[in-house]
Design a protein around this ligand. Structure first.
Ligand SMILES: Nc1ncnc2c1ncn2[C@@H]1O[C@H](COP(=O)(O)OP(=O)(O)OP(=O)(O)O)[C@@H](O)[C@H]1O
Length: 225
């Protein structure tokens, strides 16, 4: 397997007087699902947007295989980002969105053949439920050539059976991609991830055992009992 490595290094971000991100280092390799956990407002979305390059900050180094990319989002073959908010237009049918979003017939075909999606192809995005839309967005992103996907709340609004299927889809793409995912459905993040990072007090802390999430006060006391 050809391994690529994404590194986000020396990331600083301040909101007013608060140092939200303090000299962050985060890496992800092909074959990894890095689960980024952290409490509301700790800076997870901010960090993903800085890595993607759409949020400016005073200091950052984003490297791919050692090469620095000041604006990674301009390189579609390198990185893609699933934002927390839905991003598909409402005035175009789903089948047309797939045609516009994916460049090759085989990729379009692959998505249109998905059994969970087929019944929605003639609808518009605002006729889909939150979870159905999330699932479609993920299917589209997974078909991109990007070597790394940053997924902000991929499980949000998604029913348990779809969550399980999404976890399987991530696993199926690990041969060519690496993922950084964040979601408050921490059980799904723990299941789907090969490595867990807790963002707290501006720092990324590697989590080697889920009990550490208790010690850092991220999960309730009875979370793993
Ligand atoms: N444009 C902005 N102006 C002012 N404050 C901001 C701005 N963007 C983010 N913040 C603040 O930065 C902090 C981090 O926000 P961010 O969305 O990155 O957190 P998060 O960890 O993703 O939270 P959640 O889990 O609730 O989605 C929050 O306190 C937020 O209010």
């Amino acid at each position: 397997m050809l391994k690529n490595k994404l590194e986000a290094d020396s990331i600083l971000y301040q909101v007013g007087d608060r140092q939200l991100l303090s000299d962050i280092y985060l890496s992800c390799e092909t074959g990894e699902v890095v689960g980024l956990l952290g409490r509301n407002g700790c800076g997870k979305t901010t960090l993903l947007q800085i890595i993607f390059g759409t949020k400016p900050t005073v200091h950052k180094h984003i490297r791919m295989n050692g090469q620095v990319y000041p604006e990674p989002y301009k390189h579609q073959h390198l990185i893609a980002y699933l934002p927390q908010q839905h991003f598909l237009p409402n005035n175009i049918r789903i089948s047309r969105i797939i045609d516009l979003y994916l460049l090759t017939p085989d990729k379009r075909h692959h998505v249109k053949e998905d059994e969970r999606l087929q019944k929605h192809l003639n609808k518009h995005a605002d006729e889909l439920s939150k979870g159905e839309l999330r699932y479609l967005e993920l299917l589209l992103l997974l078909q991109l050539d990007a070597k790394f996907l940053l997924l902000d709340e991929p499980f949000s609004g998604v029913e348990p059976l779809y969550v399980e299927h999404i976890e399987e889809l991530l696993q199926a793409h690990l041969g060519t991609k690496g993922f950084i995912i964040t979601d408050h459905d921490y059980r799904s993040v723990l299941r789907a991830s090969t490595r867990i990072i807790l963002l707290t007090d501006g720092f990324c802390r590697p989590i080697t055992h889920e009990q550490e999430l208790l010690r850092w006060g991220y999960v309730p006391a009875d979370a793993f009992s």
